[in-house]
Design a protein around this ligand. Structure first.
Ligand code: FEO
Ligand code: CA
Ligand code: CA
Ligand code: CA
Length: 665
């Protein structure tokens, strides 16, 4: 659509600046760090990270580190060395095997991956792009045979399609890539590469394989027919020319993290939906403020040039049909996924759930934008483990709450209910449907706490706590600091731990504390709070997705570690939350250059850890051995195939212990 957004698209979508977005934020983060180092007389930029380590004998530091980290941690493994190169690294004694790559067959009749001749039809039968959330639904209770569900968040055209990139110089003389405008076919391939994958997998002789003729295998795309369900279904603000009923939507987009429900369905969060819309609303539109609050339209993708529904001038209500949690009944490959409007409309990061003491089910929901909110949804009905069918519409009725974190360490969950408090006609809410369509504005009026980009939120049924990943917020000013967001210019993010009242996840209040302030503990100005047992490999920035294993241990994956930001790639860090090692972190796995770490998921038997490597090779300018823009013909890595005729491919890996057994035990 416009060259500017084409060039900056990937950083825009993942950093998710939204309104007031500033595409130079990466540089700001680098400048911030460089400024800190330069005050100490160190070298600038990425060299500074190694310069810090070099001030003490590296060997002495390493030995002391290893001795300390082994002592108290609940995780038993030898840490990976933090760093950056073309491939992934897992802790010694483990295998990380590629299970599914972008383009891999997931049906018996899927065409073979042919990157030079991609079609929407072939992509719709292959594993999609940019795997994010990974979930597992056991078959007959097995941890060696089940359905893997994977979100495909977005597409990186410059790495995905041959012949569309031109390298140009920007105003400062630096090389940048320019992406050719899309044609219809490319757009349709992109749409088919979005959504999700449901695929049967089986472990035989210790190795996982895809069961291509699995009867429940399914691709969900930006074209799959879906139903709007719950309070917003049929409302005039979701009716379009193509769907006067306001109930039938095509597709789900930008599915970031997600969840599986206790009754065995797959929930997909719709996150950065603003990038897919273009065009202008008419001057008399009532949706202007609503769309502005969501950053719509952003026009990063060209879809609206070929599909009217993504053009606001043609279908002004379509954007109200996205930004929801989508539930998929995986037991029927023809089931119509349902957009559960009772769970609110915002930039949904994930939807991890837990059954409360009384049988109601609680979903924790993050809205990933600077200064946006933490939510939870509590079902009205109770989960019935004996009758799956009776649970299938639990998500249509319940209460959505938004979090208010107080300085005294308490958290209050404020109900988002029409007619209560400020959520009235006088404030433009005629019904609960209005409230849900503009969930963010409801949160504004209720005085919810403005957070540093809430990402994945994980309830931990073992210790009764809830972990909130807050990825970063470099725009928070000194006078905007509060107890729950304690750092201005928060470049590296933090993790909050919530303990609900009486250990009841459905409670409307609880206590909270900061578990970790992230960033390099050796740089005092960063103000991080990793335990002193954390080695120089063990610290990280930018927590994003996370998982809790069957033993109740927390695993954190990151988005945004880079040569420039932290001198390391993203990865999986094992974080102690209980006992004397609380606040200790250890690096278990790291991704190839340019990638973000998604997933992660420990299977119930703790013998397999699934991880998703998203957008590998996206970037390379700030990685010295490459030092130039990365794109299809000249990527910074050709992971995982390392073949000259194969592009770099986002992939899901299955990590197992050599010889089998529980991981990190
Ligand atoms: Fe898609 Fe908020 O990460
Ligand atoms: Ca995320
Ligand atoms: Ca998670
Ligand atoms: Ca992220």
């Amino acid at each position: 659509m416009n060259d500017h957004s084409q060039i900056f698209r990937t950083s825009q979508l993942e950093e998710n600046d939204g309104p007031g977005h500033n595409p130079t934020d990466n540089a700001t983060m680098g400048e911030l760090i460089a400024a800190r180092f330069s005050r100490r007389g160190f070298l600038k930029g990425s060299l500074a990270v190694s310069a810090i380590a070099a001030t003490v004998s590296p060997m002495a530091l390493m030995m002391a580190d290893e001795a300390r980290a082994e002592s108290k941690s609940a995780f038993t493994f030898d840490e990976v060395e933090a760093g950056i190169d073309e491939t992934h690294h897992v802790a010694a004694g483990y295998d990380a095997d590629v299970l599914l790559r972008w383009g891999d067959a997931i049906f018996a009749d899927s065409p073979e991956f042919d990157p030079l001749n991609q079609t929407p039809e072939s992509q719709a039968k292959q594993f999609g792009y940019n795997n994010d959330y990974v979930g597992y639904l056991p078959i007959d209770g097995s941890s060696e045979h089940g359905l893997l569900v994977v979100n495909h968040e977005y597409t990186n055209e410059h790495l995905m399609f041959p012949g569309i990139v031109k390298v140009v110089k920007d105003d400062k003389g630096e090389a940048k890539i320019e992406i050719a405008p899309a044609d219809q076919k490319r757009v349709d391939v992109e749409m088919a590469a979005h959504g999700g994958t449901i695929v049967e997998i089986k472990k035989t002789n210790g190795k996982w394989q895809v069961v291509k003729d699995g009867k429940l295998n399914r691709r969900i795309t930006a074209n799959t027919e879906m139903q709007l369900s719950g309070p917003v279904a049929g409302h005039e603000r979701v009716r379009t020319k193509a769907d006067p009923s306001g109930t039938k939507v095509f597709g789900t987009i930008n599915n970031c993290a997600g969840g599986v429900t206790p009754w065995g369905t797959y929930v997909m969060a719709e996150e950065n939906i603003h990038g897919y819309f273009l065009g202008e609303l008419s001057a008399d539109s009532k949706e202007a403020a609503n769309y502005k609050r969501m950053g719509i339209p952003e026009g990063a993708y060209d879809w609206g040039r070929f599909h009217d529904r993504f053009d606001l001038s043609k279908e002004p209500n379509e954007a109200n049909r996205f930004g929801w949690i989508v539930e998929v009944d995986v037991n029927d490959p023809n089931s119509v996924p349902k957009k559960r409007t009772s769970m609110g409309r915002f930039k949904h990061e994930g939807a991890e759930s837990v059954v409360a003491k009384d049988g109601r089910v609680v979903f924790y929901l993050g809205d990933d934008e600077r200064f946006d909110y933490v939510y939870k949804f509590v079902t009205a009905g109770k989960f019935n483990p004996e009758d799956r069918a009776s649970n299938l519409d639990l998500l249509d009725q319940g209460t959505l709450f938004v979090a208010k974190f107080a300085a005294d360490g308490s958290v209050n969950w404020l109900p988002i209910v029409h007619g209560e408090g400020p959520l009235t006609e006088a404030n433009g809410f005629a019904s609960q449907a209005d409230v849900l369509i503009e969930t963010r504005r409801a949160g504004d009026l209720l005085g919810a706490t403005k957070m540093d980009r809430p990402e994945d939120i994980q309830p931990n049924p073992v210790n009764g706590k809830v972990y909130v990943m807050l990825t970063n917020n470099t725009k928070r000013k000194d006078d905007q600091v509060d107890a729950a967001n304690p750092r201005a210019k928060n470049a590296f993010g933090h993790i909050i731990e919530i303990g609900e009242e009486d250990g009841n996840f459905a409670a409307t209040s609880g206590k909270w504390e900061v578990l970790l302030k992230c960033g390099d503990p050796s740089v005092a100005d960063v103000g991080s709070s990793f335990s002193t047992d954390t080695t120089r490999n063990g610290w990280f920035g930018m927590p994003d997705n996370c998982a809790v294993d069957a033993d109740g241990r927390l695993w954190v994956s990151t988005d945004g570690n880079s040569p420039e930001a932290t001198g390391r790639t993203d990865g999986i860090w094992a974080v102690d939350t209980d006992g004397p090692a609380r606040g200790t972190s250890k690096l278990f796995f790291r991704v190839p250059v340019g990638a973000e770490m998604c997933g992660p998921l420990m299977l119930p038997d703790m013998a397999t850890f699934m991880v998703a490597v998203q957008h590998p090779g996206d970037g390379g300018e700030d990685w010295k051995p490459f030092g130039r823009p990365s794109y299809y013909e000249d990527p910074s890595t050709r992971w995982p195939d390392f073949k000259d005729d194969m592009p770099v491919r986002p992939s899901v890996l299955a990590i197992t212990k050599k010889g089998g057994g529980k991981i990190a035990v």
